[in-house]
Design a binder for this molecule. Structure first.
Ligand code: UD1
Length: 366
């Protein structure tokens, strides 16, 4: 007897979600027993922050677009809850998969939880233990509500067990971001975005900044601008500027960085951005995912944060936590380290989506 494929809602909301959703969509599409349905909440909406990345990752246009847009945390979270609840009541899935830690992740987990839709959190268990970070609250809420927790690393398993989440709900699947990289590796290797900008491979650093804790406090941002200008004197920098950061820097801040020679560009799509990162001598960032991508690629990562929910990028990877005044010294030290043949963390291998589908099949059969 053949039964109809299980319908799986995949929530794609903001830029860092798309490279987690894409490998799952491809793997579920290839599996006859599952039917993925892509729901874009519209948390990120600019072409450069959304459509261009969908295209790079060969994702189709979303099946549904909730069109939520920007707002305060409560506005955004509330609007996603209302819109997703309505959709899930009209087109109830067998499973909901939410990824990462953005407002839409927690909002959809909450709406689905009340409807008793079985929910999976991909990238579960990460903890910065810093409740000033909105994403930390989203992680805590999502993990306590999810029926199944797919984790990227052993520290995430340990965090969940310490929060009394039953072991049978947890499956370590590995880091799905690496699947996206492997999915389009030939295109990344063929692209030469650094060359287009006039930089040679290995002859530049990449900067990304967008965390509210760095860019929303004017004194903190001014300190970072000075630190980047100091670095520029030893390593030319390319800085794809996030919309939040562009607003906070203003014309004056951008002009100051450019006057020092730092190359400011707009947000890059996935293939262009990974071509920048993979050719860089070092990366300076406050992003979550880039800490992981640099560990995978063996490139030094100066993480401009007080803490990280991804400690494995330090213990088994190439990252170090850095504060603005120490940036130049730490960068020189990182560049002076001999390049080691590092082992990548277990299950960061491009096969995470396959492990997800296998686990989903096992749990669907029960
Ligand atoms: C959000 C996520 C964060 C993630 C980041 C990646 C939460 C709480 N935060 O933060 O976890 O690391 O995305 O980018 O969910 N804007 C545009 N175009 C867009 C999207 C936003 O111009 O497509 C503007 C907004 O109007 C806003 C600013 O950029 O003023 C910041 O966007 P917002 O969605 O508030 O948060 P992010 O900082 O992007």
């Amino acid at each position: 007897m053949t039964s109809s494929p299980a319908r799986v809602h995949l929530i794609a909301a903001a830029r860092p979600n798309f490279m987690k959703v894409a490998p799952l969509w491809h793997a579920l599409t290839a599996a006859p027993d599952f039917q993925p349905v892509v729901i874009h909440t519209g948390q990120h909406y600019d072409a450069a922050m959304s459509d261009d990345i969908f295209a790079d990752l060969r994702l189709p246009a979303p099946d549904y677009h909730l069109g939520i847009g920007s707002g305060t945390h409560a506005e955004q979270t509330g609007k996603v809850m209302i819109a997703y609840e309505k959709l899930a009541m009209e087109d109830r899935p067998d499973w909901l998969i939410v990824v990462g830690d953005v407002n839409s992740t927690a909002a959809c987990a909450m709406a689905a939880g009340k409807l008793r839709i079985p929910t999976i959190h991909l990238e579960a268990g990460l903890r910065s233990r810093d409740r000033d970070m909105p994403e930390e609250l989203n992680r805590l809420v999502t993990d306590v509500l999810a029926d199944v927790l797919w984790t990227p690393s052993p520290d995430a398993d340990a965090n969940l067990l310490a929060e009394n989440i039953p072991a049978e709900r947890i499956t370590r699947v590995g880091n799905i971001m690496m699947d996206s990289y492997e999915l389009v590796r030939p295109a990344i290797e063929a692209a030469d975005y650094p060359g287009e900008l006039g930089f040679a491979k290995g002859g530049y650093g990449v900067v990304t900044l967008h965390r509210p804790s760095n860019v929303d406090v004017p004194e903190k941002l001014a300190e970072l601008v000075e630190a980047l200008i100091a670095v520029q004197a030893v390593l030319p920098l390319i800085f794809p500027v996030h919309p939040r950061t562009r607003q906070r820097l203003g014309e004056a801040g951008q002009a100051k960085l450019e006057a020092a020679g730092i190359r400011l560009v707009g947000p890059a799509a996935y293939i262009a951005f990974m071509s920048l990162v993979s050719g860089a001598a070092a990366v300076i960032t406050d992003s979550g995912g880039i800490q992981e991508e640099t560990t995978y690629l063996g490139i030094p990562c100066l993480t401009l944060r007080d803490n990280t929910e991804r400690p494995i990028t330090i213990s088994e990877g190439t990252a170090r936590l850095v504060k603005a005044p120490a940036l130049l010294t730490e960068l020189k030290d990182a560049l002076a380290q001999p390049k080691q043949d590092r082992k990548r963390p277990e299950f960061w291998d491009g096969h995470t989506a396959g492990r997800c589908v296998e686990d989903l099949r096992r749990r669907t059969a029960v």
